[in-house]
Write a protein that binds this ligand. Structure first.
Ligand SMILES: [Zn+2]
Length: 402
């Protein structure tokens, strides 16, 4: 990675950088801009341009139809190492009361908490949320990677899914741990592939129990390229260097997607919700080809309206064609203020509603001063009511068998 200062300098963020500056010598010196008035180079992090565009600004306070937020993180593992969650115990990020207040204001009927853990942690989460507030929270289970080294892990993990289902889990969540962090010796050794046969019984168990698998693999494709001046998510990667999967022994984005596709192809009776627009929102052509190929595949839109909204024409066609297989989700994380694109608050939902329901132009995709996932703005796609109903509620309700 190049030095941050070198890069900011190289950006040419020097307001009014004229052709005369620094060019004159000797006798022409009088034509130079006096040193005192020369604009100083501007730090990229300090650049906050204000749009001069005058266009309509809609305020959508509540979704037009009640919604299920299919992708949230209300609880997380209390212990992880090198990207692998190692404890079933949960840390709770928001109380049901504070979540319900926002949900009621924003017309969110239910939140799906994907990171519900397993064993006692899962049962505890289901008791605190799902059972205490029926119909408002649904919890998913996760694999217990800490047992990965046990010789009969494939069977154990399939049985763990059955137990989780009995304990109230409504689906299985796979974090990008599988493919990018889990290794042969759990946190060391070679990376385990997404289509590793040791997980086959787990995928089949979900199919037999008719619970969906919500799977996140890979990341924005820019995270797999160098963090340099050509990277469209330079600032984000510069702020979070550990998010880069460039180099080392990491597979490419294409390899991760290919492994996931081989796995989905082997389990036609299991429903897969490939999160973050199939983890390839930058290439809806790829996502479309996979949706055409796999009838058991759906997508959610969590944390990807920044991508969808910068290609509104293509995105609108995508929603039209796959209206029965796109789920509303935000990746909302209570008190996740350091990641504005997924902080659980009123503003976040209002932005999603504005994107889905209006044809407003050129607005921020996250409640943040500087766009956190790349410096651009988005356009609304104004979906018709029939599609809105499906995306907000019906598609998720069908998969969750509500
Ligand atoms: Zn997530």
């Amino acid at each position: 990675m190049i030095n941050r200062r070198q890069w900011l300098y190289g950006m040419g963020l020097i307001a009014g950088c004229g052709s005369q500056v620094g060019k004159a010598t000797g006798t022409a010196a009088k034509n130079e801009v006096p040193a005192a008035t020369k604009p100083a180079p501007l730090e990229l992090s300090q650049y906050e341009p204000r749009s001069m565009l005058h266009v309509r600004e809609s305020y959508v306070e509540r979704s037009k139809f009640p919604g299920i937020d299919f992708h949230t993180h209300i609880s997380v593992s209390t212990k992880s190492e090198k990207g692998v969650a190692l404890s079933p115990d949960r840390q709770y990020l928001g109380t049901p009361q504070e979540l319900l207040a926002v949900m009621d204001r924003k017309n969110i009927r239910a939140m799906v908490n994907l990171t519900g853990g397993y064993e006692a942690g899962l049962a505890d989460t289901v008791t605190k949320y799902d059972r205490a507030y029926p119909g408002r929270f649904y919890t998913f289970t996760e694999p217990s990677y800490s047992r990965f080294k046990e010789p009969n892990y494939p069977t154990l993990q399939a049985q763990a899914i059955e137990r989780a289902h009995r304990d109230g889990a409504r689906g299985l969540k796979i974090l990008k741990t599988l493919g990018l962090y889990l290794r042969e010796n759990i946190t060391s050794g070679t990376l385990v592939k997404i289509d590793d046969a040791r997980f086959d019984p787990m995928w089949d168990a979900c199919g037999q129990l008719k619970i969906p698998v919500a799977i996140h693999i890979s990341d924005p494709v820019a995270f797999f390229t160098p963090t340099d001046r050509f990277n469209e998510r330079y600032e984000e990667l510069n702020n979070h260097p550990d998010w880069s999967f460039y180099g080392g022994d990491f597979p490419s984005n294409a390899e991760l997607i290919a492994a996931r596709d081989r796995m989905i192809a082997r389990h036609p009776n299991t429903q897969f919700v490939t999160l973050h627009v199939g983890n390839f929102a930058e290439d809806l052509q790829n996502v479309s080809e996979n949706l055409d190929r796999f009838p058991n595949m759906s997508v959610d839109i969590a944390a990807r309206i920044g991508e969808l909204g910068r290609q509104p024409v293509t995105a609108r066609k995508f929603f039209d064609k796959y209206q029965d297989r796109i789920l509303f989700g935000t990746d909302a994380t209570p008190h996740g203020d350091q990641y504005p694109q997924q902080v659980f608050n009123d503003q976040l939902y209002e932005i999603y509603y504005r994107f889905l329901e209006t044809n407003d132009e050129y607005f921020d995709y996250a409640p943040a001063k500087i766009p956190p996932q790349g410096r651009w703005r988005i356009y609304g796609i104004q979906l018709p009511d029939t599609i809105l109903r499906k995306v907000y509620f019906e598609n998720a309700a069908r998969l969750l068998r509500l």
